[in-house]
Design a protein around this ligand. Structure first.
Ligand code: SF4
Length: 197
């Protein structure tokens, strides 16, 4: 509507969006690479892929851009397709994206980007950085308090406890997979976790 409504067909502001997105992607790749090299721990089924993409993106040394279409091209090649969400990180790969599959199965359109509101805990694209786990800790703390609130209705307390248990499991797997930490039980291991001998 914005493009066709009210006269002037000047669409150059879309070019600005591409430049803004490129800057955001490069800044994020820089921050992720720095934290990874400083020892940030990453867990989850996509942890290995996360580290691979971050290290590849960190090699970008900069390039002079003179035309907008070069921005689009650079964005396509430099974007590691890593999306930091609320207490989780999506290492986007459409073939294994369960949110995308859910929309496809319902006959709904998808935009080939993560749908965090429909995120599935069993998705192979999930990774958890230490930053994510810090947010998960906060939510776990709040939900544990809600689960013991005697003034709240029983169903709400039960639901809060169930979600707190799920978050606690995520935190536990993350900490067990941390290098030099006790190995996990073989039935409870993530892909990149060291199983008990
Ligand atoms: S389900 Fe979650 S982790 Fe998987 S692709 Fe969608 S947003 Fe990413």
């Amino acid at each position: 509507m914005t493009l066709g409504y009210s006269g002037m067909a000047d669409t150059s502001w879309l070019d600005d969006l591409a430049v803004e997105r490129l800057e955001m992607v490069l800044e994020q790749a820089d921050a992720d690479g720095r934290l990874l090299s400083e020892g940030e721990h990453v867990s989850g089924p996509a942890a290995t892929e996360y580290k691979t993409r971050v290290r590849q993106a960190a090699h970008f040394a900069g390039r002079t851009i003179t035309q907008v279409r070069n921005v689009q091209r650079l964005l396509a090649s430099a974007d590691p397709a890593i999306y930091h969400g609320d207490g989780m990180t999506c290492v986007w790969r459409p073939e294994t994206a369960l949110c995308r599959k859910a929309r496809t199965d319902q006959g709904l359109p998808h935009n080939d980007i993560p749908e965090q509101s429909e995120c599935r805990s069993t998705c192979a694209n999930l990774a958890y950085t230490d930053r994510d786990i810090s947010q998960v800790h906060d939510r776990h703390h709040a939900l544990t308090a809600a689960a013991t609130d005697q003034l709240a209705p029983r169903p709400l307390r039960d639901r809060a406890q169930a979600i707190a248990d799920q978050l606690g499991a995520i935190i536990g797997r993350h900490e067990r997979a941390r290098p030099s930490v006790q190995p996990c039980h073989p039935n409870d291991c993530e892909d990149d976790e060291p199983p008990a001998p």
